[in-house]
Design a protein around this ligand. Structure first.
Ligand code: NDP
Ligand code: MG
Length: 394
């Protein structure tokens, strides 16, 4: 087809977790580029009303609600509009295989992202990966599958997007190390005694980013950075020692790559997730920004500190799990999900989170070379263990 008659093929996108923080911002991006993107599928766990209003606005081919008791309500409203409705977590695994989907944005939270991401890869769909838990639990398996199916995995997580952007055009140049920046969260300057008394409300008040509750608590405990070390290891095929963390409270430098000649590249911008989302959806093309421009004059100082393992033990624990390997990062993730959920329900204290994770690791069965089913079984065992430890302390 010559250029004059070539029609623009819109990228058809499935958003898993469209009602969340990343999902809603992805829809804002898509709305700006109606000639480039089309919403093919939207999914939510239980927020049926937001899913309905999104479906009415973006007119996807199909929607999935995980909570099955919402199916009839959703069906009554969306069926007359010609939108197919499915329910249950198995439906998520099937819908991502739909022939008309070009790219799957994994914007759901937690371990639940693993199974549909694997199905999407096996069906040959490009992945825009926000759900970091997928790579934390099964990074080796998922990256191997992506390679076999020749599926690109484009990171949405801001640090990993930064590194991905720094690596464009550097294929022949080995990476010396990468430096993940961390805001340090709301308790960066608090003492250990003060951290022991923090409330849920304080932990939910992130200084720079507005995000879903789970990742906001992960940022406060610095588990988020621990998970991101593991995510980076698999995404960029690095050794654990090649992944460093530096605390940078302004969140302007989103991460850095140091090459073998000692040169360091950084990616910068105001903290706004719409930028990495837009980059992942539009890759390899950069699209005109919808974000506010960064000005150096507004930020005369950019600061850097070492993370403190005494006050934030989760970073150490995550590194230990990465070096032990096998199912250990998955156990870490499961224990963290259950502990964070309990903290969000105000059943446990903030400082109980790392304690519960370490107890779960001590009690779990180690699988050095897990296959897919081992990840599932190990996740279930770890969740049960963490829940039993929570019962003891509450
Ligand atoms: P939110 O909690 O805001 O949204 C989560 C989304 O997933 C919602 O649509 C929710 O549906 C859905 N969901 C929740 N549980 C399940 C489940 N068991 N099965 C299927 N769907 C489910 O999360 P975020 O948007 O903050 O985060 C999403 C992912 O992106 C996480 O992995 C996070 O680590 C990562 N990420 C997020 C960033 C951010 O800025 N928010 C930055 C970097 C990474 P419902 O609304 O119905 O509950
Ligand atoms: Mg991040």
């Amino acid at each position: 087809m010559d250029k004059g008659t070539q029609s623009i093929h819109k990228k058809r996108i499935a958003i898993l977790g469209s009602t969340g923080s990343i999902g809603t911002q992805a829809l804002e991006v898509i709305e700006q580029y109606p000639r480039l993107f089309e919403v093919e599928v939207l999914t939510a766990h239980s927020n049926v009303d937001l899913l309905i209003s999104q479906a009415k606005k973006y007119k996807p081919n199909a929607v999935v609600i995980v909570k099955e008791d919402q199916y009839n309500y959703l069906q009554d409203i969306l069926d007359p509009l010609g939108i197919k409705v499915y329910a249950g977590s198995a439906a998520l695994e099937q819908i991502v295989q739909m022939g008309s989907i070009d790219m799957v944005l994994t914007a759901m939270v937690g371990f639940a992202g693993l199974a549909p991401t694997i199905q999407a890869i096996q069906a040959g769909k490009a992945i825009a990966l926000a759900n970091k838990e997928t790579l934390v639990v099964a990074g080796e398996l998922v990256m191997k599958m992506a390679m076999e199916h020749q599926v690109p995995i484009i990171p949405v997580d801001s640090e990993h997007s930064a590194i991905f952007q720094c690596l464009v055009g550097e294929d022949i140049n080995p990476v010396g190390k990468i430096i993940l920046t961390a805001s340090g969260g709301p308790f960066r300057t608090k003492t250990l005694e003060e951290i022991q008394k923090v409330s849920l409300k304080e932990a939910l008040r992130h200084p720079n980013w507005s995000m879903g509750d789970k990742i906001t608590i992960d940022s406060a405990t610095m588990m988020n950075k621990g998970l991101e070390i593991i995510e980076a290891k698999w995404l960029f095929n690095l050794r654990a020692e090649q992944v460093e963390v530096v605390v940078h409270p302004q969140s302007i430098i989103h991460s850095l790559v140091e090459f073998e000649d000692g040169s360091i590249k950084a990616q910068m911008g105001l903290p706004d997730m719409r930028l990495p989302i837009q980059y992942a959806l539009g890759f390899p093309k950069r699209l005109p920004g919808i974000n506010k421009q960064f000005s150096f004059i507004d930020y005369p100082e950019l600061n850097f500190e070492s993370p403190d393992p005494q006050r934030f033990p989760n970073l150490r624990i995550a590194r230990e799990c990465l070096s032990k390997g096998g199912n250990w990062p998955g156990v870490l993730n499961a224990a963290n999900e259950i502990a964070v959920e309990a903290f969000l329900k105000e059943k446990i204290r903030f400082t109980d989170i790392p304690i519960l994770i370490e107890k779960t690791l001590e009690a779990s069965s180690f699988v050095p070379h897990p296959v897919y089913q081992d990840y599932i079984d190990s996740d279930r065992e770890a969740r049960e263990l963490t829940r039993s430890f929570i019962k003891i302390i509450t």
